[in-house]
Design a binder for this molecule. Structure first.
Ligand SMILES: Nc1nc2c(ncn2[C@@H]2O[C@H](COP(=O)(O)OP(=O)(O)OP(=O)(O)O)[C@@H](O)[C@H]2O)c(=O)[nH]1
Ligand SMILES: [Mg+2]
Length: 451
């Protein structure tokens, strides 16, 4: 792609709205302003009002702002036209631009240009896309740390540390006859590398939580038939989403609904009651629950205080305790409690709640408990990783660091220098500085058109 190409796109969501934004970036921006907005002189970053005209026909009365390159999002001349958000106006504007030789932008193309023009790093570009798609209020600050360069700066700092180590390694060659200086250099380099690896490992470890929070926290509601699973889903959604009856085995399929838990994006799954059954459809439903349990991040295990605690329930509880998922027990139907469940106290459970879905008792506490666990996961994270690409590169960096640690950087100088170069290359790829990668491969995937 030539960077001189001018491109355009509708940057607002598809469909009609009060206002839509058409963005145009590239060398032809000024001639577009002259031709369609009839203005030959224009100041940057000022709002103008005028008619967008084509062959003397008024298409729309619009506002527009001109951003002169390089002081624009893309680093090129950029025009934003705020038109009325009718689908016909938006399409007409775009059609006119295209018929005048302006290309439609690819998804993420404005951001790609911004990176190529050094307006931002690849990490910052990826984070903008993540922020656009993110549904958790709690992640806004974390993603902004990436967008505003906090993460890129951290990588730059690590890189600078490596340059220092490389200089020490090279100095080691000159001082290799002097044992005292060599030892001192060796120790200093080793300390620097250890410190760098701690930072890299911390970033890698934050990915599991970062990814989970960005993709949404998946909560499976499970339990034997009739414990009140569907009732719990309905009360949280404040609507009759799932059928609730007094008959055991009402729910056969898995129902998935998105919910917001104190600013976290989450998905609730209502499931078929778990028990031994000969019913073919129920069996299929139970198989689906087992599949779901492999992928869920969290389990709400429900019990029914009006029926006796069963061995099968205890067996499932033990297996869930052996797993890694967040586990919450909800002992339902407290209003008609008939059996003693104190045996569960032997299980050292951290999150166990007694309540009644029917009477709306204990549900608030249960979800506050879930929010607390999520808050704990977020706490002390510092900068978090949200992208598989970034994790893969840092994992390579970590592996290379381990190799460097194994070699004697004074005696095996050449190997050490070679590995250090590899390591710096991984960091360059991470921020998009490396010549060995094509940034297009990363930006276009999953990106919105118009960004
Ligand atoms: N008394 C009382 N009844 C409840 C409570 N919660 C749910 N129920 C009743 O228990 C019955 C079963 O509720 P569901 O929500 O359908 O239970 P379920 O776990 O989804 O059942 P299956 O889909 O068959 O596995 C219904 O009659 C509900 O009204 C409660 O807290 N107290
Ligand atoms: Mg149900």
């Amino acid at each position: 792609m030539s960077n001189d190409d001018t491109v355009c796109a509708i940057s607002t969501p598809k469909g009609s709205g009060a206002i839509a934004i058409v963005r145009i970036s590239g060398t032809s921006v000024k001639s577009i302003i002259k031709k369609f907005l009839n203005r030959s002189k224009i100041s940057e970053r000022r709002i103008y009002t005028g008619f967008f005209k084509y062959n003397d026909n008024i298409i729309d009365k619009v506002n527009y702002v001109y951003f002169k390159g390089p002081r624009s999002y893309t680093g090129e001349d950029l025009l934003e036209i705020y038109c009325h958000g009718s689908i016909s106006v938006q399409n007409k504007l775009l059609d006119i631009l295209v018929s005048n030789g302006i290309n439609i932008a690819n998804p993420g193309e404005f951001t790609l240009r911004a990176i190529l023009n050094n307006k931002m790093t690849l990490i910052e570009g990826e984070a903008i896309n993540q922020l656009i798609n993110n549904r958790s209020e709690k992640l806004i600050t974390k993603l902004n740390e990436h967008i505003n360069g906090g993460f890129s700066q951290k990588i730059e700092n690590i890189r600078e540390g490596l340059v220092e180590v490389k200089a020490l390694v090279e100095a080691g060659i000159d001082f290799s006859d002097n044992d005292e200086i060599s030892d001192e250099l060796l120790l200093k380099s080793k300390n620097n590398l250890r410190n760098i690896n701690i930072q890299i490992k911390k970033l890698i470890n934050s990915f599991d939580i970062g990814k989970m929070l960005l993709d949404g926290y998946h909560i499976a509601i499970i339990g034997k038939p009739n414990v009140g699973k569907s009732s719990l889903l309905n009360i949280i959604l404040r609507k009759e989403r799932a059928i609730v009856t007094e008959y055991a085995g009402t729910t056969r399929d898995v129902l998935k609904e998105e919910v917001n838990i104190e600013g976290y994006d989450a998905f609730l799954y209502d499931t078929a009651g778990l028990h031994k059954t000969e019913d073919f459809i129920e069996k299929l439903g139970i198989e689906k629950v087992k599949e779901l349990l492999k992928d869920a991040d969290c389990v709400i295990f429900m019990f029914d205080l009006s029926t006796p605690l069963e061995k099968g329930e205890l067996k499932l509880l033990r297996s869930l305790q052996r797993g890694k998922k967040d586990l919450f027990l909800f002992l339902n139907k407290k209003d008609i409690k008939r059996f003693d469940y104190s045996e569960l106290e032997n299980y050292a459970l951290k999150y166990i709640y007694y309540g009644s879905v029917k009477k709306n008792i204990g549900i608030d506490k249960l979800f506050k408990g879930i929010a607390l666990v999520l808050n704990e996961k977020m706490a002390d994270q510092g900068i978090m990783l949200f992208s598989k690409r970034q994790k893969a590169l840092l994992t390579k960096a970590n592996r290379t660091l381990k190799e460097i640690e194994k070699c004697d950087i004074i005696k095996e100088t050449e190997i050490a220098a070679f590995l250090l170069n590899d390591l710096m290359e991984f960091l360059d790829q991470l921020i998009g500085k490396s010549k060995k990668i094509d940034i297009k491969d990363y930006i276009f995937k999953n990106f919105c058109i118009g960004k």
